[in-house]
Design a protein around this ligand. Sequence first.
Ligand SMILES: NC(=O)N[C@H](N)C(=O)O
Ligand SMILES: [Mn+2]
Length: 278
Amino acid sequence: DDGFCSAPSIVESDEKSKPIYWKVTNPTLSPSHLQDLPGFTRSVYKRDHALITPESHVYSPLPDWTNTLGAYFVTPAMGSHFVMYLAKMKEMSSSGLPPRDIERLVFVVEGAVTLTNTSSSSNKLTVDSYAYLPPNFHHSLDCVESATLVVFERRYEHLGSHTTELIIGSTDKQPLLETPGEVFELRKLLPVSLAYDFNIHIMDFQPGEFLNVKEVHYNQHGLLLLEGQGIYRLGDNWYPVQARDVIWMAPFVPQWYAALGKTRSRYLLYKDVNRNPL
Ligand SMILES: NC(=O)N[C@H](N)C(=O)O
Ligand SMILES: [Mn+2]
């Protein structure tokens, strides 16, 4: 051999033939590959950040939902003002309503659900689609076969007389936004108007691209890596990350990302906006 201790090459599995976000339900380093390793996890929980990795995701039946398992990753117990969870909807499953005054954003990572609301109009949400449900907005998400949703919920913070409305969309229909001084591609899933107290950023990096700004800001984040792999810096820690990893970023945690490998990185990021931090 050529003298190099060649590790088994990354088999270029035909990425193209896989459905979008396929890695979120089939992560490279999947829980099954780790279960024989006693006590090992990639997960970390610190004062100002957490990395929650697939072998640590713990599911239990979601109260008020039918036939649905949920794994909570971010909750106010960490100091956040929102919750973030993955909902695994099985056959003939349906959602429960959030508590009073709580807004909800659902994003379909796998499968399909039907959203029906009071005006009994129904919308089919497939992979890469999402819906924003205003506080106290009666609705139901129903699944016939199976679906995986990432869900954010938050107590809506009123500002004057502004009100939010039902939003239904899909990432690929959102325009790319200007990112002065940065190379990543940015889409936002919600309007930027003052009525909305958070937004969901979809950020794309080609391999080798990285955040220019080493950010420290008052906003908090819940991140799901949808595609790709790279290094996430959080505070003084540098973590190799892969699709399906979840990250909690508390206000002011120094944060930075660099995309690596042969495929694009795409992550979904909750960010609070439009409200005075006081
Ligand atoms: N960690 C991040 O990607 N942060 C975003 N660039 C943001 O705060 O907008
Ligand atoms: Mn940020």
